[in-house]
Ligand binder design. Structure first.
Ligand SMILES: *C/C=C(C)/C=C/C=C(C)/C=C/C1=C(C)CCCC1(C)C
Length: 275
């Protein structure tokens, strides 16, 4: 087991406990089944887009695994002595730790960028040069955020948070300035969706540093703990599962635009299915 404690909360009300419990459970279900959907939908896109779907499914499965670990860790960390589990939950001697999240992000965040670039199907050289910038920067962002997440004092949290923000801003620069040059080469039908994908990415990724900063703004105690868990978990569901579905949508649109025969065959299947 990885032990890393971070900010611990000694007591949760049963409502707070239930909110976190249910959300972790929802994360497992939505990530797991989206992963499955992306795997079985391989045949619905052209070969050149299958890699994007596979990476996207992998992200969902890695996160599903980690949510199992987080969920079990949470159940071991808090207990209630009240009948039927309706009383206050107190911290046991098992620490609830955020290490699973950071290990998860360390793997899934670079992969999310890989799937984004893969679905664009850019020229090999362009693709390589973008990934060469995006992947190390994203791994660095997560690695630098981790010591701050474990810190119990504001100053340490702020210092590491600031350091982590540098690669984060660099990522945004690459995605919005450098990548834009390649967007003109996307079929006009998908340009809008690709643009929205990028905005979705920035909007959702922006939730993480905000949730991270709660204690810095003096928002701490059990409410902040719950808010942070809820924030991270909802953001994970959208940034991985919903994002994966948008990747699938783009791959499908591009497949149909680029290969009329494929589009026709897909449409025929739809007609058959409707009968
Ligand atoms: C599926 C998980 C995702 C998309 C996680 C993304 C995480 C971030 C964008 C985290 C960013 C952070 C900062 C920019 C500064 C503070 C520390 C972090 C690691 C929370």
């Amino acid at each position: 087991m990885i032990v890393a404690q971070g900010i611990q909360v000694n007591e949760l009300s049963s409502g707070q406990y239930d909110s976190i419990y249910n959300l972790f459970s929802l994360a497992i279900a939505s990530l797991g089944f989206t992963g499955l959907f992306l795997v079985i939908s391989q045949g619905r896109v052209l070969k050149r887009y299958r890699n994007a779907l596979i990476v996207s499914a992998t992200v969902c499965f890695i996160a599903t695994y980690h949510y199992f670990r987080i969920f079990n860790n949470f159940k071991d960390s808090y207990q209630t002595s009240a009948q039927g589990g309706r009383g206050t939950f107190t911290l046991t001697n098992v620490e609830f730790n955020e290490a699973y999240r950071y290990v998860d992000w360390f793997l899934t965040v670079p992969l999310l960028l890989v799937e984004t670039i893969a679905v664009l199907a850019l020229a090999k050289a362009v693709q390589k040069s973008l990934l060469f910038k995006l992947v190390p920067a994203s791994a660095l962002m997560i690695a630098l955020g981790y010591p701050g997440e474990l810190a119990t004092d504001t100053a340490t949290r702020l210092i590491w948070g600031t350091l982590s923000t540098i690669p984060f801003l660099y990522l945004l620069y690459v995605l919005f300035v450098e990548l834009s040059k390649s967007l003109d080469r996307q079929p006009p039908e998908v340009r809008g969706t690709v643009s929205r994908l990028r905005i979705m990415l920035v909007g959702l990724w922006g939730v993480y540093p905000i949730a991270y900063l709660f204690p810095v703004f003096g928002f701490d105690g059990s409410n902040a703990f719950v808010a942070r868990q809820v924030g991270y978990s909802l953001a994970d569901i959208f940034a991985k599962a919903a994002f994966g579905l948008v990747i699938f949508k783009i791959a499908r649109m591009k497949s149909e635009v680029e290969d009329p025969a494929f589009a026709e065959q897909e449409d025929t299947e739809v007609v058959h299915a409707a009968r």
